[in-house]
Design a protein around this ligand. Structure first.
Ligand SMILES: [Zn+2]
Length: 412
């Protein structure tokens, strides 16, 4: 499933397959649907962006999507136990490995953020309009075009609006799909739609592990208890020592100490101090090596007395707050072959990118998956000034549709 099968001579090349696909009358009908229904897509995008979906608070947006899925006529529409919404567009051959099309529901914006979504000139403005209201609109656009054009796909299409992509959501929605859900074994290929754009192929998963290190001690008065171990000093030693860890330039590997806090007042020995740490690498092995190194530094530095002869009373806890696996899509994978052929057909100059997206999960499991943009263009992601420009959206949608069809197979 994840590698391409060698072609017998006389069989059409993937490029010929695509030319054939794109010449089908039903495909033309789907393409023109995208053009004619731009206003409807825009309306759906505004509507969904106005529904709050903070991390761990996607329920209202999920309920909205469930209604849309049902209205389109998807089958077996349901919300699973973690809050993902799933619906199926039946193919003619349910035995064939299904194609999953997913878009994350959540945003980075905390509950209570004012979602002032509005149009200004030709742009849509407001938090989450691009990441990922454009992805959700694209997913719905694909489903609606299938219905309108009566495309006869062979494999089932599984549409997924998933929770928990951003931040501490830690990919929990898509992880559930591939680790626990009964859909797990039915999915053969996965296209994740995330954010705007038409020219990127994200087939390389950027891995990250995130921790919070908490150091605790007895605390005390800065004068009368002087000599008691100080958590801030111990934490600083960990930061200083770990920062000297040599890193490979390739595969690119990085670390960051992002937030530090602790202590009560200038004349108190603190009872605790904490720091958040972000480790990233293109390689799963390097990521593990970096984590081992961090644990080693903590073990040495926290158990060393702060001052010679002082009692050791510090304790520490390293809490994992995120774990996104790294990985690379095989260069001969079917999905990569398909998207390259689609891009060649549509005249899109695409480039391969490494990023952290929902596709990290299937890619790290050796499955056939990648992330594409929803078309149009956008910017200011994760800020209140986020924007989306729908110009050229239909090209992005044609791209996704052709890839889905090539992967699912279609009755000619
Ligand atoms: Zn996103």
């Amino acid at each position: 499933m994840s590698t391409s099968t060698p072609r017998a001579s006389g069989e059409p090349s993937i490029q010929q397959e695509l030319t054939q696909l794109a010449s089908l009358r039903a495909v033309h009908a789907a393409f023109s649907w995208f053009q004619v229904h731009e206003n409807e897509l825009l309306r759906l995008q505004v509507e969904v962006a106005r529904i709050p979906a903070p991390p761990f608070g996607e329920a209202e947006r999920a309920a909205w999507l469930r209604e849309r899925f049902t209205a389109i006529g998807l089958k077996q529409v349901e919300m699973d136990e973690v809050g993902n919404v799933v619906g199926i567009w039946r193919g003619r051959d349910p035995q064939r490995a299904a194609v999953a099309i997913s878009a994350h529901l959540d945003t980075v914006f905390p509950a209570g953020t004012e979602l002032a979504i509005h149009e200004e000139r030709d742009r849509l403005l407001g938090p989450g309009v691009s990441d990922n209201a454009s992805g959700i609109a694209a997913m719905l656009g694909i489903a609606m075009a299938f219905r309108y054009a009566q495309l006869r796909n062979e494999a089932d299409l599984i549409f997924i609006g998933n929770v928990g992509e951003e931040g501490e959501g830690d990919l929990r929605g898509i992880r559930h799909i591939f680790e626990k859900s009964p859909l797990r074994d039915r999915v053969g290929h996965t296209i994740v739609i995330d954010g705007s754009g038409t020219d990127a192929i994200i087939g390389q998963a950027l891995g990250s592990r995130r921790f919070e290190l908490i150091v605790r001690g007895p605390g005390g008065h800065s004068w009368s208890d002087f000599g008691q171990p100080n958590p801030i000093v111990a934490l600083s030693r960990v930061i200083s020592r770990f920062s000297q860890t040599p890193l490979p330039a390739s595969p690119k590997t990085t670390f960051n100490f992002g937030v530090i806090s602790g202590g009560r007042s200038v004349n108190s020995i603190p009872e605790n101090a904490q720091v958040s740490i972000d480790l990233r690498s293109a390689s799963a092995d390097e990521l593990q090596r970096l984590e081992d190194e961090l644990r080693g530094v903590i073990a040495t530095e926290i158990s060393t007395p702060v001052r010679e002869g002082a009692p050791v009373k510090l304790s520490c806890e390293l809490r994992k707050i995120g774990d996104r696996p790294a990985g690379d899509l095989a260069t001969n994978s079917r999905i990569l072959e398909v998207i390259r052929a689609v891009d060649a057909h549509l005249g899109i100059q695409s480039h391969m990118r490494r990023a952290s997206t929902d596709a990290n999960i299937p890619i790290s499991m050796g499955r056939d998956a990648l992330t594409l943009g929803a078309g149009g263009s956008g910017g200011g992601a994760h800020t209140l000034r986020e924007w989306f420009d729908p110009a050229g959206r239909s090209l992005g949608l044609k791209r996704i549709l052709l890839a889905v069809l090539a992967l699912a197979g279609v009755e000619s």
